[in-house]
Each structure stands twice: as C-alpha cells, then as structure tokens.
Design a protein around this ligand. Sequence first.
Ligand code: ZN
Length: 261
Amino acid sequence: MAKLGFFGGHNGTNESGASGNGLNEKAVAKEAATIATNYAKRCGHTVINAFGSDINGRCNAANSNNVVGVLEFHTNAGGGQGAESFYCAGANDSKNLAQKTVNAGAIKGLKNRGVKPDTSTRFGRLGILRDTKASAVLHELFFIDSASDVKIWKANKTAIVESITAAFLAGLGLKSTPSGSSTPNKSGGGGRAWIVGDKVKVIAAATHYQTGEKIPSFVKGPTYKIKQIKSVNQSRSKRAYLLDSINSWVLEQDCQLVAYK
Ligand SMILES: [Zn+2]
C-alpha cells in the first residue's frame, strides 16, 4: 500500500488547456486521472487528486501528503501524433519512470514519441516535476488535435490509462495488479500480457482445470511458474497456462499474477 498523487493537468479553476476534435484537455486529463485512481485503489493504494487546485496547489497537496509518486496527465497539441512522457532533467528516477510510462501508454496504435526532459519545454521547467518531492512524470496521452489519435483514445481509454498506471506502479516497486481480479491478463487490464516464467497463483474460486478435471484445494495457494501458454475459447478465458509442479492447464480467469518474470 502506498499513497500516490494522480493529477489532471490544467484542472485548477483558473487553468485552461488545449482542445480539439470535440475534446478539451482539462476534461480528458481529469478522466484519465480518475481511471488511474480507480485502478490504483483496486491494487490497494491511496490516491489524492486535488481536482480544482492549480499547479501550486497540486504540488503542495503531493508534498503535504508525502506521496511516493506523482503522475500528471495531459494531452498534446500542435500537429503531431502519439504519446510522450516528460521527466525532471537530471533526476534518474523520474527518467526511468517516464520511459516505462510512455512505453505503456503507446499502445492500441498510438505512436511512441519517447521521453523528454522538462528543460526542453517552452517553460524551461515543469513545476509538477520540479516542485514535488516524490518521483514524478508528466504524461502526454495523445494529440488532441489529431483525429486519428482521438479515435484511438475514445475506443481504448481505459486500457491505455490502466496500462500506464500499472507500469507506473511497477516502476515504483509497488503492487500493480488489482487484488482478486479474475481476469488480470485481460488485454490492457494490468501491465503486459503474461509470458512463460511469470509467477501466478490459482484463485480460491477456481473449480476446474482447463482440461475438465476438478482442481483439488491444495493447488490453490502456492505460487507457480508459467511453463507454456495456449489459446483457448472457454468460459471467460482466451488463454490457458500450463503451470509447473502441478503440470496442469489452468484457465486465465482462474489465475492471479504474483510477479512478472
Ligand atoms: Zn497540458
């Protein structure tokens, strides 16, 4: 459990942002911060938003609450496409985190524009990165003046923001998958898709192996490594995992992530 600051850019009463294609940055940023907050809460964390506070208010809220990470959402504008993350120039923690964030946010067809130091902006500095004590990232979700970016955003906003949030939490060394989620591997629902070598548990509610036999109770609890993966179309699952030591196929809906490889 940790306390985090997830903010919407331009969400102060007297701040305004960019607009385009029927969207405005202030509303998109708030919506993204809200999706991120709900996701982090499902992972067991506490989140402050300080909606309505200007940039100084957001920095003060982060510092006075001693958050361990700050993530502020924005949308880009000016004739480009894709996602990019800003870091505090000179701060390696911020740069590493920004790299993870932008990789996780450049999905569903959004281009990856990489990371940039805050000193490269027209302001020369970004307060949300410089005036907060915690590791901080400012993430530009997409270009609000790009019709194709907006289309991708509208169709995939939850998946995009949850992917970013999971990567941000994992980058801070925090729990990044929701507790008791029955479909933690659902696309976009918590970090990357599972691969061979990832560690999982079989959830308490599981009843049958993918192959039909009953799952004995001793199977639920220990941690297993994924040995093999196959595609299925069974119940609510699209994949099944062959787990080591029990050497049995378990549906993805019955597995819960313990740790990535
Ligand atoms: Zn902005």
